[in-house]
Ligand binder design. Structure first.
Ligand SMILES: Nc1ncnc2c1ncn2[C@@H]1O[C@H](COP(=O)(O)OP(=O)(O)OP(=O)(O)O)[C@@H](O)[C@H]1O
Ligand SMILES: [Mg+2]
Length: 371
């Protein structure tokens, strides 16, 4: 495949190098990490936290130990994820002392007979304790110091769902505050929990990392990047059409890349993207998710689904006004608010002040098209 025939827009995956738009946070977070500061990246789902952390380290030519704590079910699994992340690109001899110190974790080194690839796995005792987690962190610290690596703990807030979270967090904090030479990047998509962890004086992690909020990419930076992606693959796009893409996606990074992926694919080689192709691209994007949208709607009561459809058609700003209630066929504002709050609970909507926003902009577009 030639460079010009490869779609430059990637979605639902970590992006790096030419697929990564150099958002302004890149330099800022890079500076913090290079001076040994801990950083907490906080932002909604799919806004680019993981890609940013990895790109910061790639640019600084630093190794990264990337442990993802998403829905981690036990202390043993915390240890497993930390240690396996530390050993991810380790092959053979160099890691002997590291492995010896892990004897009680029962490490196994496997070689895939087909690909020849190697992998370490560990099986910590089921009864692992917070102290065992701290022991694992000490091993990671030594490993980071030896290889000048950065520790990246992704979906960090999920540790608070483990038993006795306060004591666990206090112990982790007590340990990592001694790590003067090893920067840690924490990331998490539960904004409330993450903010509470790092900015509430009652929490052990209070002020232990610089908090960086990750939302949309700065509009003009993103536009320049999008135009360049089209141009380096022999196509083009006008700013006005990018504005129309943004109108649909609310500039959300993953949704924007998804729509642009299909728009780029629909645009002929050497041509400029145009409105009919955007209409097609949007239809493809919606069709790809339609089954899921239907299922989501089926899970709602009649009143909830009517309120949701009205929010898609009229916008989520004035959901207690007479026109909203009339369109939704709901008698009073209290019922409408209750119905919409259920959609917030189900993560279909997000509430910003008095405004309801769709988590998935394509769900909104699909609802708008319903009769
Ligand atoms: N800097 C960027 N340049 C271009 N696209 C980006 C960038 N950051 C994020 N994206 C888009 O967002 C998608 C998700 O990125 P990423 O997985 O890094 O986000 P996240 O916030 O870690 O997501 P999650 O909530 O699933 O952990 C990417 O596939 C890409 O489409
Ligand atoms: Mg992520």
């Amino acid at each position: 495949m030639t460079a010009s025939s490869t779609n430059p827009f990637r979605f639902n995956q970590i992006v790096s190098k030419e697929y990564f738009c150099k958002r302004e946070e890149l330099e800022f977070v890079g500076d913090l990490v290079s001076t040994g500061q801990n950083v907490a990246l906080i932002g909604p789902r799919r806004t680019g936290k993981t890609s940013l952390a990895l790109e910061v380290c790639r640019k600084a030519k630093r190794k990264i130990i990337h442990a993802d704590m998403m829905r981690v079910p036990s202390y043993a699994d915390v240890i497993k994820r930390l240690i396996e992340a530390a050993m991810r690109d380790n092959t053979s001899g160099k890691v002997e002392s590291f492995i010896k110190s892990l004897a009680h974790l029962r490490p196994t080194f496997t070689i895939d007979p087909v690909s020849g690839g190697t992998q370490w796995t560990v099986s910590p005792a089921n009864k692992s304790t917070p102290q065992n987690v701290i022991d694992a962190l000490r091993i990671i610290k030594a490993r980071c110091e030896a290889t000048d690596a950065v520790l990246f703990i992704d979906e960090f807030q999920d540790l608070t769902a483990l038993p006795q979270p306060d004591s666990l967090m206090a112990q982790i904090r007590a340990e990592v505050q001694l790590w003067s030479e090893v920067p840690i990047i924490f990331a998490g998509s539960d904004r409330d929990l993450m903010k509470a962890l790092f900015t509430d004086p009652a929490n052990p992690f209070y002020q232990s990392a610089s908090v960086v909020m990750i939302n949309n990419i700065d509009q003009s930076t993103f536009k320049r990047y999008i135009r360049r992606c089209f141009e380096r693959t022999g196509k083009s796009i006008e700013n006005e059409l990018i504005d129309q893409v943004f109108m649909v996606t609310g500039e959300h990074p993953n949704s924007t890349q998804k729509l642009l992926h299909f728009l780029w694919a629909k645009t002929a080689e050497g041509a400029a993207a145009s409105e009919p192709e955007l209409v097609d691209a949007l239809a493809i994007t919606i069709r790809a998710e339609q089954d899921e949208f239907e299922r989501s709607l089926d899970n709602l009561t009649l009143i909830q689904s009517r309120a949701l459809i009205a929010a898609a058609k009229l916008g989520g700003e004035r959901t207690v006004g007479a026109d909203f209630l009339e369109l939704a066929g709901i008698r009073n504002p209290t019922s409408s608010t209750k119905a919409l709050m259920r959609c917030v609970q189900l993560k279909m909507l997000q509430k910003d002040g008095a405004n309801y926003r769709f988590t998935n902009p394509f769900f909104k577009e699909w609802l708008k098209r319903l009769g």
